[in-house]
Design a protein around this ligand. Structure first.
Ligand code: PRP
Length: 216
């Protein structure tokens, strides 16, 4: 019999990976090596199940999966939308729930209604562009930032921001509010398009096992 090939998983570093591993444990997939927080190793193997795992920066996960360097990835919907890669999104894992929103001071609400040419600061230029140009038909200037987006309207870099809101406390503590909701977000499982065909049996089994415990 032909030897089983490794299925490779790319996980977004941080909370997302921790949550994913917790979920995998509940369906009998473990990776003890990965729990050692001090390790500098980049790739972890479960020999018995023929699985390999690696941690990558969130925005790089869809890239690894599109090129087939990973068969499967777990990443936020925000990253999937922003990266626009050719991959299959197969399952909503129902954790890491938050929302992509247009936020700003209350006074900016009318700028959104009157379709004014405003500046939008964001870490997600593609999502912001799609929202304003294709959904709202409003011409805006998008300014790409890399973090602490809430600063932009406070210091006058932009009128509004397009950013992730989870608890809303960053907004509240900085005198900003949600003005419009772009879309709900959560962690998703993504699959390489060729792997989906070549490893259909193993991947389908994994998806159905995960489906049973999602939301529990
Ligand atoms: C995210 C997001 C908001 C904050 C929202 O930032 O960009 O700033 O979390 O969470 P809250 O609604 O619970 O306050 P993150 O902490 O990932 O860092 P960043 O600002 O560097 O992007």
């Amino acid at each position: 019999m032909e030897e089983m090939r490794y299925l490779t998983f790319a996980l977004g570093k941080g909370r997302l990976a921790d949550k994913t591993l917790e979920m995998f444990e509940r369906i009998g997939i473990t990776c003890e090596e990965m729990k050692d927080k001090k390790t500098r190793r980049l790739i972890f193997v479960n020999e018995a199940l023929k699985l390999r795992f690696f941690l990558a920066k969130g925005p790089d996960v869809p890239t690894y999966v599109e090129y087939g360097a990973a068969d499967i990835g777990v990443v936020g919907k925000d990253t999937i939308l922003e990266e626009g890669r050719n991959i299959y999104e197969v399952l909503d894992l129902q954790f890491g729930k938050c929302r992509m929103c247009i936020c700003g001071p209350e006074s900016a609400a009318e700028l959104l209604q009157h379709h004014e040419l405003i500046r939008v600061a964001t870490k997600y230029p593609h999502i912001a562009k799609d929202y304003f140009y294709n959904k709202k038909h409003q011409t805006v200037e998008i300014i790409k930032l890399n973090g602490s987006i809430e600063l932009a309207p406070i210091v006058g870099l932009s009128e509004v921001i397009c950013d992730i809101v989870e608890t809303g406390s960053t907004l509240r503590e900085n005198g900003l509010s949600v003005l419009e909701e772009v879309c709900p977000l959560s962690a998703r499982m993504v699959v390489n398009q060729v792997s989906m065909k070549m490893e259909q049996e193993r991947i389908t089994k994994l998806i159905s096992d995960l489906k049973k415990i999602v939301n529990q």
